[in-house]
Write a protein that binds this ligand. Structure first.
Ligand code: HEC
Ligand code: HEC
Length: 306
């Protein structure tokens, strides 16, 4: 961890722009291979408040997949108005992240799905009771049709994860540009993309998700918030303190507020924070605006209905 981070820091602080060129962005595929029966079952579970202890919340309550795959709260609010500790990330394109959650505490979307169901400040339920409840409903037969062993924790999260694979957003203007349509983005967005590369943003925010590929300290140049240990919570390694998964910037214009602590309202401010604390670069409002414009070209199409 430390070695990679230090290297990255040195490269950025030494203005080694060539390094930034090594990262690149890839378009989102039109769709992924999906098992439709599992996905339909997962979809039903996704919208079902049975998954929460007091039957008030479903996954959809916090992840509005009709709009941005998230909510608009600074910090998530669970059952009985319990306040969480972090901002709700979008579910869109989560399948492409190398780890799930801000601190990377889950490896896959299936591993992740158990978390909110049992987290006391989210849905606050437990699997033994949930499985009993579901077995008293038509779910019993529905699971049997797909899974030989019926309703189990593993099968519940497997179905939900299959549905989540549908929640990808292809055909963003920037993806069209990457695939050769020169006119898909504006001149200002092209200039913003150039700045995104030359300022070093792309060294962390790259790949299909324009992020979601590695960890980095929040505030490489200067620590921003010491109230959440990030990756350290998972590894208990001192050197991982304040490291977070570099988040995806896909659909970022739609998912205010920003950062794991939801501390920032506007994209303009989020980009300013990154420039100052993450890459330590001098800048001006014109440049920030151009980067913001570029980021808007990462809004894709919600594929959910298809
Ligand atoms: C009370 C609000 C709430 C509910 C309900 C909820 N989530 Fe979340 N979700 C969050 C928050 C907050 C995080 C970030 C958690 C963290 O980083 O520790 C998150 C993270 C995620 C992520 C990781 C995304 C990423 O980019 O890292 C996925 C996937 C996800 N949730 C799926 C689900 C599913 C599936 C359900 C239903 C079983 C669900 N969530 C229910 C608030 C919620
Ligand atoms: C050294 C790696 C690194 C570099 C370089 C970097 N970022 Fe980030 N970025 C992160 C991390 C880590 C976070 C998440 C911080 C947190 O909330 O804990 C983040 C968060 C963001 C967010 C908010 C995402 C959200 O979902 O709330 C935006 C917007 C962003 N970065 C844009 C940029 C821009 C623009 C640049 C270039 C000026 C840049 N980043 C450079 C690592 C990096």
């Amino acid at each position: 961890m430390k070695v990679i981070a230090l290297k990255l820091y040195l490269l950025i602080s030494l203005n080694v722009v060539a390094f930034a060129g090594q990262g690149f962005i890839l378009p989102i595929p039109q769709k992924l291979e999906i098992d439709n029966a599992k996905s339909k079952l997962g979809e039903k579970l996704f919208f079902d408040t049975t998954l929460s202890k007091d039957k008030t919340l479903s996954c959809f309550s916090c992840h509005n997949i009709m709009t941005n795959g998230a909510d608009d709260k600074k910090i998530a609010v669970g059952i009985e108005e319990k306040k969480g500790i972090v901002n709700t990330p979008t579910l869109f394109n989560a399948v492409f992240n190398f780890r799930q959650n801000w601190d990377g505490s889950a490896r896959t979307i299936a591993d992740q799905a158990s978390g909110p169901i049992t987290n006391p400040v989210e849905m606050g339920h437990n699997f033994a009771d949930l499985i009993n409840e579901l077995n008293k409903t038509p779910y019993k037969e529905e699971f049997k049709l797909i899974y030989k062993d019926g309703i189990t924790q593993k099968n519940i999260v497997d179905a939900i994860a299959e549905f989540e694979k549908k929640l990808i957003t292809p055909n963003a203007p920037f993806d069209k540009y990457l695939m050769g349509d020169e006119n898909a983005i504006t001149q200002e967005q092209k200039e913003g993309y150039r700045l995104f590369k030359s300022k070093g943003c792309i060294s962390c925010h790259n790949g299909v998700n324009v992020g979601g590929q590695l960890y980095s300290r929040f505030g490489m140049v200067k620590l921003i918030d010491d109230s959440n240990f990030g990756l350290y919570n998972v590894t208990k390694e001192e050197e991982d303190k304040y490291y977070f998964k570099v988040p995806s910037l896909r659909n970022i214009a739609l998912t205010s507020p920003y950062f794991h602590n939801g501390s920032v309202e506007t994209l303009y401010e989020a980009v300013s924070v990154m420039l100052k604390y993450q890459v330590g670069r001098d800048t001006n409002p014109q440049e920030i605006n151009k980067i913001v414009e570029f980021l808007k070209s990462l809004n894709g199409e919600v594929n959910y209905a298809k």
